[in-house]
Design a protein around this ligand. Structure first.
Ligand SMILES: [Fe+2]
Ligand SMILES: [Fe+2]
Length: 341
């Protein structure tokens, strides 16, 4: 029996047991089979008795526990904070899953960036693993992520954009991979700029040019990222390369080592391209946001980037292609941050 409709949706036992036992975060409704209607069982802010908790568990077990669609935002905000639940709800669409994952990882990244300590890293790591589990089950799940990039720039949004674009690109180039590789690629991409938190934050929003001294400090975020990762006990090669090499360019014009083509690792090149793409589709203090297909074209014409990679990325957002127009994630992220404050 299912009475999922536009007004109510069903909650399963795994989701119910994740709620606070006595104080669930939203209103709950029970389907009365004898009279065929839903009736309120619990109101948010109340407290369930021990007997009600047991009763509720049984109701849920029988598939008769529901939540109002008008409370869906509360339900989704709750899931963003406990991202594993996203994969346990059979009613969730691919787009909704991608959306909640993006918001979840962005929020985790922002917390880590504000407070770069092992606990925060653990939360971020864990949420990235939820996404890799989801992508591992079917790589086509990557498409709804690619349709949901941020167009406003801050460290968290940039990290998530880079993770998505880089992973998509990597999947296009590698048709066979194992779960561990996927885990590592995604973590490396999302963390490539982590050391930026050690740089004075006004550099990121400064309207004019940075002074030489400011620029020198800024370029050191690559090394700061490596150090921060080593301190967090994350030392695998893809991650170190992504952090250290993402500003290197094939013609030696990059930093910090001015490394040239052959010496830059595949991971370094991949991160460089995903990083630049993610930055260019966003408004920055010194440049206006460009459209993704335009950015793809410009990067393909730029000989400082790997041509094989940039040719693939240049096809991603062609008009009429499978990705279509981007869905606005910024408004959703801002709404979530407000609810989180
Ligand atoms: Fe960077
Ligand atoms: Fe970056």
């Amino acid at each position: 029996m299912s009475i999922n409709n536009e007004d109510y949706f069903q909650i399963n036992s795994e989701i119910l047991t994740s709620f606070h036992k006595y104080r669930p975060p939203l209103d709950l409704y029970v389907f009365r089979e004898d009279i065929g209607v839903l009736e309120p069982f619990y109101r948010k802010g109340g407290r369930l008795s021990e007997a009600q908790v047991a009763e509720l568990a049984e109701i849920c077990e029988n598939g008769n526990l529901f939540v109002a669609h008008s409370d869906k935002h509360i339900y989704q905000e709750y899931m963003i904070r406990q991202l594993d639940l996203v994969l346990l709800d059979p009613n969730m669409t691919e787009g909704e899953i991608a959306e909640l994952c993006i918001l979840g990882v962005a929020a985790r990244y922002a917390s880590f960036y504000d407070q770069p300590v092992p606990d925060m890293m653990q939360f971020l790591y864990h949420d990235v693993m939820v996404i890799t589990e989801y992508l591992w089950s079917d790589k086509h799940h990557m498409v709804p992520f690619m349709r949901r990039l941020f167009r406003k720039s801050d460290p968290a949004r940039h990290a998530v954009n880079t993770m998505i674009v880089g992973t998509w690109l990597w999947m296009q180039m590698n048709h066979e991979y194992n779960r561990k590789e996927l885990d590592r690629i995604m973590l490396a991409l999302v963390l490539h700029d982590a050391g930026m938190c050690k740089v004075p934050q006004f550099y990121l929003t400064k309207k004019g040019r940075l002074t030489q001294d400011e620029w020198d400090k800024m370029t050191m975020h690559t090394v700061a990222s490596v150090k921060l990762m080593q301190k967090s006990d994350l030392k695998f090669d893809e991650l170190i390369r992504a952090c250290f090499e993402h500003h290197e360019r094939l013609d030696g014009s990059g930093y910090p080592q001015h490394t040239r083509a052959g010496q830059i690792s595949v991971m370094g090149r991949l991160t460089a391209l995903a990083d630049s793409f993610s930055a260019m589709i966003c408004d920055r203090p010194y440049a206006k946001a460009k459209e993704p297909d335009q950015v793809g074209k410009e990067l393909f014409e730029d000989n400082r980037y790997d041509k094989t990679m940039s040719s693939i990325l240049s096809t991603a957002y062609v008009p009429g292609g499978p990705l279509g127009t981007l869905i606005d994630m910024d408004a959703k992220y801002e709404a979530f941050k407000k609810s989180d404050a």
